[in-house]
Ligand binder design. Sequence first.
Ligand code: MG
Length: 215
Amino acid sequence: MNWTVIETVLLDMDGTLLDRAFDDHFYVEALPERYAAARGMTVDKARERLVSLYRSVEGQLHWTDLDYWSRQLELDVPAIKDALRHGIAPHPDSLEFLVFLRKRKLPVHLVTNAHPKTLAIKMEKTGLDVHLDRMVTAFDVGCLKCEIDYWVKSEAILGFDPATTLLVDDDETALVSADAHGIRHLVHRSKSSSALPPQASTKYRSIESFHALMK
Ligand SMILES: [Mg+2]
């Protein structure tokens, strides 16, 4: 990695800095379990229902909007997430990478689709925010990272130069829209969950661990 050409670093949260195993468990296991208990239905039936509801808002801001899901499912979704916070964990290499970037004195910003309530729970649990300069959520800019507008508006907020900016994200659709906006240095994190094997990108440089960038 040629760090001399990088002036700003943008990092995704879920799957990139944090282990996505928590989120997969939350949406596929924990939430269906709570929904099933509240509605008196089987967990399988509840999961089927929820997965189809998730799919119906894929790519939209509702997708990560905890308040939307509280209304939709008639459950206190932020409270359920907060009760499970013990499962939230950074990847084993994340802290080391953030310290590495601090030593290089580069501005480091979090760019996330997460809802502000999710962000608050995750930063309180992990303490990673002390290593970050700014944090921009999809709710600050009004759309998810798969939209070019996310990058247009986050550039206006953060003031980065796309030509000298590095983005690391586990979501290829976010890299594609960042690419279209002109963000020059794009890296895909292929190992997003400790519970799943790495899934490399076919379009972008893929790394399993930040160690590949720390040289
Ligand atoms: Mg992610």
